[in-house]
Design a protein around this ligand. Sequence first.
Ligand SMILES: NC(=O)c1ccc[n+]([C@@H]2O[C@H](COP(=O)([O-])OP(=O)(O)OC[C@H]3O[C@@H](n4cnc5c(N)ncnc54)[C@H](OP(=O)(O)O)[C@@H]3O)[C@@H](O)[C@H]2O)c1
Length: 490
Amino acid sequence: MEQVPEPCGIVIFGASGDLAHRKLLPSLLGLALENVLPKTCYIVGIGRTPMSDSQFQATVKTSLQKESGGNGRVPPGAIDDFVKRCTYLPGDYQDSAFYTQMKQKLAVLDQAHQISDRRIFYLSTPPSLYEIIPHQLAQAQMARPEGTSGWVRLIVEKPFGHDLASAMHLAQSLHQAFNEDQIYRIDHYLGKESVQNILMFRFANAIYEPIWNRKYIDHIQITAAESEGVGHRAGYYEEAGALRDMFQNHLLQLLSLVAMESPCSMDPECLRDEKAKVIKSLQPLTILDVAQQTVRGQYADYRREAGVNPRSTVETFAALRLGIDNWRWQGVPFYLRSGKCLAERITEISVQFKHVPSSVFKPLMADQLNSNVLNFRLQPNDGISLQFEAKHPGPKLCMSTVTMDFNYEEAFGTPPPEAYSRLFLDVMLGDQTLFARKDWLQGSWSFLEPLLDAWAEQKEKGLVTYPMGSWGPAEAEALIARDGREWLTK
Ligand SMILES: NC(=O)c1ccc[n+]([C@@H]2O[C@H](COP(=O)([O-])OP(=O)(O)OC[C@H]3O[C@@H](n4cnc5c(N)ncnc54)[C@H](OP(=O)(O)O)[C@@H]3O)[C@@H](O)[C@H]2O)c1
């Protein structure tokens, strides 16, 4: 990794939680190992659980050992050194006196580490606290830097609201305490190297952009399949479902990157402007579209999972066919699907090109020749592949589909870095490129709202069950088969 940011204090709310221990602290350790976490950066864990600094440090050490288990990249002593940066402050999020205490503690730490006026607050708590904590920080005069050269940044974890109204209410509430340029809405998909590579691939190469349009592309598919069920997150999932959990953020973000116009530069606002235009150009879903262009599924054993309502109508799978109303994409369908308990854990974007206009290989006709497919594999085995037709050894007209492959790890001799490390670094550097802006968020919720409303109203009606370990309900196959196409990830 590259630029080393200025020293700052990092305050994690919800520091005893799953996300902090499994992702946030290990990714900060990752930055320390890459020598891009300034030596004087300190980390303060905040939570309700009473713990001393040394108790917190012991839990952090255990988690880091577990997460980096056997990883040869972690030299002896590195975890101990990292853990020394961590302190802890327990308290009650509703109590203003707690924030006064926090402010005093941070002032002491700033002085000890010679850090002036640079601070990150990370909201890794249940979303019910996303309003009160920023409000209290503002009340305690901690939401803005004290001087002109410092900064205060707020990282917010998904979910960003439950529907359009709550997302906009949350945005307004955050804006009462922080400016938009201080707010970093995190979507870890965007921190993945292979996701950022979509931009490099499209805009740093001359050969694809001229054919990246309705004239040459038949359709685009995005599949984000998880092999696991709901696990221990039933409480959250019962309120969310696949549309809110995966489509509102990850899938629509991927769609935006694949479909956007070239940004004027890599300036964060230029890029986010283009993504916002895509989301605002999505063809609104009508009642008829909901019936004909969407599929809602639930895996067979979902209602028997711990913490799930035995009559739950929450979708664990969704598939949508959608369109983009602009010159580039008019008439090109985008098929999106995501679900739990599917056959494999895999996230892919497949761009299927049109058939050749005419066949010279008679009696094979043009539509009998397989068309080219460009595949962005985002996890696992990140990479890009291109399928094309080639002469097969044998008689004159023997042809096969072959694949040209780029595998990230093989090409660069290193696995892609952890997404959260990239995103943490960007926050420290003040780069909002990979974070969701309010207008994009508004667009994504506005697009999904009619579907969320229709599905909530339909309850059981239209909800189909699918076998665990399959690729989802047969209705999802039918959705794409009606257009004479099939899912390419299988
Ligand atoms: N885990 C993931 O993989 C993941 C992925 C994407 C997004 N997120 C989001 O990130 C946030 C944190 O996720 P998480 O899985 O770490 O959550 P979590 O483990 O359920 O909660 C984090 C911490 O918040 C505190 N907390 C829990 N319930 C609380 C309540 N009612 N009032 C006040 N504090 C409470 C707990 O610490 P104390 O009891 O010590 O206060 C807990 O350790 C959530 O908003 C989640 O939706 C998580």
